[in-house]
Design a protein around this ligand. Structure first.
Ligand code: SF4
Ligand code: SF4
Ligand code: SF4
Length: 294
């Protein structure tokens, strides 16, 4: 029987149970490396319960650029700290503590969540939510933000203005770095979700992310598609596909790190081509050295 979980005081175990059984089946290729199918049922159940608590923002702030499920697996399989989900805030940390460390939960010794750059919302006790908005007059239609979005919330075609469906945006901020002209702003939003609404939204985001991964996998497998790898997740997927799913952790980390550095370099080069700046120039040179070492 599942331990009841509480999100800001609301019992949600029934909602979790309804979707726990389907959460770990038919996973996209990226998650094959987790080998979840081979794990004992009780371990799978724990991973699934933790994944059910996570916001499904897929932001990578927990140091898992491939999303919430790998973080849930790392907590269970590698004993990774359970307080690293930044957008989930303290309610999510407490909920995970109830699954993995029931003694500390009952003795109120739950770990403090990693801090967010956004203030804590008084009602949800989570960091204030944000949504991305494109300043359409400044958008040059380069399409670089599209593959970075884990939930396919951005639409647009080459050389035309792009738009974000605010209702679909999770505020993961992953589209900000690839934009060469810095025309994506973040705006804070205020809303109150009931526990069932939050669970339903998370289920939907999880599905959208999996759909995104499947689509990208198909694109990567299409030899006529010469599109460069641009997002961290695509880099990791590409790696997984090219190595017949036997991904090397070291290579994946390097590929991801290199992709991140290239994005930063391009952004700095673009900014420096408009206006000289000693600090940015020094940052650019340091990144170029870092990239050559990788
Ligand atoms: S929402 Fe972000 S920080 Fe939280 S588990 Fe998912 S990927 Fe990690
Ligand atoms: S539009 Fe940007 S901030 Fe919103 S979900 Fe997509 S990548 Fe994240
Ligand atoms: S990355 Fe920036 S400039 Fe390029 S399409 Fe997206 S919003 Fe427009």
């Amino acid at each position: 029987m599942l331990t009841p979980l509480f999100f800001t005081g609301v019992k949600v175990s029934n909602y979790m149970q309804s979707s726990t059984t389907i959460r770990l089946v038919n996973l996209p290729i990226l998650f094959d490396t987790l080998n979840i199918d081979d794990l004992p049922a009780d371990i799978q159940s724990k991973i699934s319960q933790i994944d059910a608590c996570l916001p499904q923002t897929q932001c990578g702030l927990c140091e898992h650029p491939d999303g919430c499920l790998p973080y849930a697996a790392a907590i269970v399989l590698e004993g990774e700290p359970y307080n690293k989900c930044v957008p989930g805030g303290q309610p999510v940390t407490n909920a995970i503590a109830q699954i993995v460390d029931i003694d500390s939960y009952h003795s109120s010794m739950t770990q403090t969540t990693a801090p967010s750059q956004w203030p804590i919302d008084a009602t949800s006790k989570r960091p204030t939510e944000v949504r991305a908005v494109i300043r359409e007059d400044d958008c040059i239609g380069c399409t670089k933000c599209i593959p970075a979005c884990p939930v396919d919330a951005i639409v647009g075609t080459g050389k035309h203005m792009h738009t974000i469906f605010t209702d679909l945006c999770t505020g993961c901020e992953l589209c900000i770095a690839p934009c060469p002209v810095d025309c994506i702003d973040l705006v804070t939003i205020e809303r109150e979700l009931t526990a069932p609404e939050r669970v339903a939204e998370q289920d939907d985001l999880r599905q959208r992310y999996h759909t995104h991964l499947r689509r990208v996998t198909e694109q990567l497998a299409d030899s006529s598609n010469s599109k460069p790898v641009v997002s961290m997740v695509e880099a990791k997927l590409n790696n997984a596909a090219s190595q017949s799913l036997s991904i090397s952790e070291e290579q994946a980390k390097n590929t991801i790190a290199a992709a991140k550095i290239r994005t930063k370099i391009k952004k700095l080069e673009k900014q420096l081509s408009v206006r000289a700046n000693d600090k940015k120039q020094a940052e650019l040179e340091a990144l170029q050295i870092e990239l050559s070492q990788l």
